[in-house]
Design a binder for this molecule. Structure first.
Ligand SMILES: CC(C)(COP(=O)(O)OP(=O)(O)OC[C@H]1O[C@@H](n2cnc3c(N)ncnc32)[C@H](O)[C@@H]1OP(=O)(O)O)[C@@H](O)C(=O)NCCC(=O)NCCS
Length: 404
């Protein structure tokens, strides 16, 4: 770190730093050079990826007398589930154990200023803030093949490899997806969605304790439940559903998901694609528009900026839950089509049983998103969980849409 005495790390100031930050983002298109890469446009608001969290901070690294911005980092803190304990009511039910968790994202250093210790310095100042705020753990997510990032965090900053969820991405086709007549889908009011999630998901790892602010956020477009047609509740509307009754006497099979509108927060763009690829993509689009009944999966226009919807709060039970999830994903696809999105994305645990019901394209997805974690101290109140960093993964995780 002593190599760059002229680097100052300080809080991001929107008016002063916005252009400089965008310039660093532009130079740091994520992805191995020479291959296709995914570029994110934050629509003039570089804090957008953290601003919906209960506490957040963005730092910039400034260099030399010109005070050029050469690096940046974002961080946020919230309370999440890190494990579960048996409740004392004798009913063999579990209660969540919560912890204060910090998350590092959007770390960028200008290619011309790498290997000078700037990344390390940004992380260290961010972690000082995390500790000051009382965070007990910090984690980050990266592509498992991003050697610079993995080495920086695991070899130099004390993080260990923790979970490997998958990011599943489905293009939005030019045609609507047909939903099976044997599935009935209804929408939950935000307060009912909160009740359902707290009852069924609060012991899932990474479940945010402030789930109410997630489902009530204006970016959350709705929570949808699917049940087999003919089962109880299949005639329910938003107004009619009694969620407490649903929870105490659910149908044999059901599935749920919520939709988050990332499109108004950032857009994505695939850069560096060969002409052949672009040409093929264009052909499938033309074919699909001309012959929609053939159901040719057309590749959306991803070589220009496009928006996405993120599916969160994925879950369900029963023998037909995978099939019901598939219908819910079709429903979400049609919603995304209506909003003019290019893709629908979600992120699930590597062992998630419902992933079979989530349609996605392998070429657009990331099979192994690597999450690394670090514990800040030893004297925590999480006795019944022990050290979360050493715990076994559960079948599911709750991926917070605010941080995608
Ligand atoms: C990852 C990134 C932020 C690292 O920034 P940086 O300022 O170059 O990192 P530092 O100089 O502080 O590196 C500290 C240590 O990390 C490791 N490291 C960093 N880059 C590395 C690389 N390309 N290969 C191997 N190890 C690397 C080394 O141990 C290094 O110490 P050393 O230089 O003494 O060997 C930068 O490469 C970057 O912006 N990449 C593109 C965006 C990205 O992938 N961000 C991470 C997403 S979470």
């Amino acid at each position: 770190m002593g190599k760059v005495p002229l680097v100052v790390v300080r809080k991001y100031e929107p008016e002063k730093d916005c252009l400089g930050v965008e310039e660093v983002e532009r130079r740091c298109e994520v992805g191995p050079s020479g291959k296709m890469s995914l570029f994110t446009d934050m629509l003039g608001d570089p804090i957008c990826r953290v601003r919906h969290s209960p506490a957040f901070l963005m730092l910039v690294a400034e260099m030399g007398e010109e005070k050029e911005i050469v690096g940046l980092i974002r961080g946020c803190i919230k309370t999440v589930t890190c494990g579960k304990k048996l409740s004392r009511n004798g009913k063999n039910t579990h209660l969540p154990v919560y912890t204060k968790l910090a998350y590092i994202l959007g770390l960028r250093v200008s290619p011309s200023h790498r290997r000078m210790g700037i990344g390390l310095k940004l992380i260290s100042v961010m972690e000082d803030w995390f500790r000051e705020m009382g965070a007990e753990y910090s984690y980050m997510a990266t592509d498992k093949d991003n050697e610079a990032s993995v080495k920086l965090f695991t070899e130099r900053c004390g993080y260990s490899k923790f979970r490997t969820p998958s990011i599943l991405v489905q293009p939005v086709f030019a045609h609507r997806v047909r939903i099976s007549k044997r599935v009935h889908i209804f929408q939950l009011a935000p307060s009912d969605a909160e009740t359902l999630y707290r009852h069924r998901f609060s012991t899932t790892e990474f479940f945010p304790r402030d789930i109410d602010s997630v489902v009530n956020n204006k970016l959350s477009l709705g929570t949808f439940v699917a049940v087999p047609t003919g089962s109880s509740y299949c005639t329910e509307s938003v107004v009619g559903l009694n969620v407490n009754q649903f929870l105490s006497d659910p149908p044999e099979s059901w599935a749920v998901l919520s939709v988050w509108n990332c499109k108004d927060v950032f857009t994505l763009e695939v850069r560096g694609a060969s002409k052949v690829r672009r040409g093929l993509a264009k052909t499938t689009r033309i074919m699909d528009r001309a012959f929609p009944w053939l159901g040719i999966p057309s590749v959306p226009e991803v070589f220009r900026p496009f928006g996405l919807h993120f599916l969160y709060g994925i879950g369900g039970e029963g023998t037909e839950s995978v099939k019901l999830m598939k219908s819910l994903c079709g429903f979400a696809h049609n919603l995304a089509k209506k909003s003019g999105c290019g893709v629908v994305a979600t992120e699930v645990a590597s062992g998630e049983p419902l992933r079979l019901g989530i349609p996605h394209w392998k070429s657009l997805s990331c099979a192994e998103d690597l999450w690394c974690i670090k514990r800040f101290g030893d004297d925590y109140s999480d006795g019944s969980v022990g050290d979360w960093t050493k715990s076994k993964p559960g079948l599911s995780i709750f991926v917070d849409p605010r941080e995608f």
